[in-house]
Ligand binder design. Structure first.
Ligand code: XMP
Length: 178
């Protein structure tokens, strides 16, 4: 595994991102809709920098399983149990990759008739984009690679690492023949 972003770099980027969000939202209350499981550590750090009133809600979608390629159709495993009408929603995910997850969920959340929906990701990984979607807020930009750590997993491993690493071919081989 190769180190891509140390915990110090991640902390600095999240602080800078939060400063932008604070400037944009001012005093307006925001609902962070956090996608489990990958975005939980990012959201935990981000929300502690936010100065506007913050509400936290969680959803869970499944797009990968034990693979490194998107299945193409994200499935909602845990939906919101509250209406978010007239709220300012900030949809928080770990990675924007093909774009299918955030595209699908933004459409789903529009049914709540929120005042606004914006997207916020720890990493914008732009090479494999399949739908025209850009993150409103991204802490880190990356061209390619399957990354783990800081909440992100491969086959439920590595979420607890405090830095972000790129999985290399030999790591993937090890996982399939331990
Ligand atoms: P899409 O392709 O829908 O992907 O934009 C978003 C979801 O895919 C997961 N994903 C990754 N997870 N390392 C991970 O641990 C990666 O490099 C990676 N790329 C995509 C992620 O969970 C995100 O919610």
């Amino acid at each position: 595994m190769k180190l891509l972003f140390s915990k110090e770099v991640i902390a600095r980027r999240i602080g800078q991102l939060a400063a932008r969000i604070n400037r944009d939202y001012g005093e307006r209350p925001v609902v962070l809709v956090v996608l489990l499981k990958g975005a939980q550590l990012f959201a935990a750090d981000l929300c502690r920098h936010l100065t506007c009133p913050v509400r936290l809600e969680f959803m869970r979608v499944c797009s990968y399983g034990a693979e490194t390629a998107s299945s193409g159709c994200p499935r909602i495993l845990l939906d919101l149990d509250e209406q978010l009408r007239d709220c300012h929603i900030l949809l928080v995910d770990d990675i924007l990759d093909t774009g299918l997850t955030l595209h699908h969920l933004s459409r789903h959340l529009r049914q709540h008739q929120p005042a606004s929906i914006r997207t916020c990701v720890l990493i914008d990984k732009y090479e494999r984009r399949q739908v025209a979607i850009a993150a409103d807020y991204a802490a880190i930009e990356l061209q390619q690679g399957f990354v783990v750590g800081f909440g992100m997993d491969y086959n439920e491993q590595y979420r607890n690492l405090d830095a972000i690493y790129c999985l290399e071919a030999e790591d993937l081989a090890k996982e399939s023949h331990p």
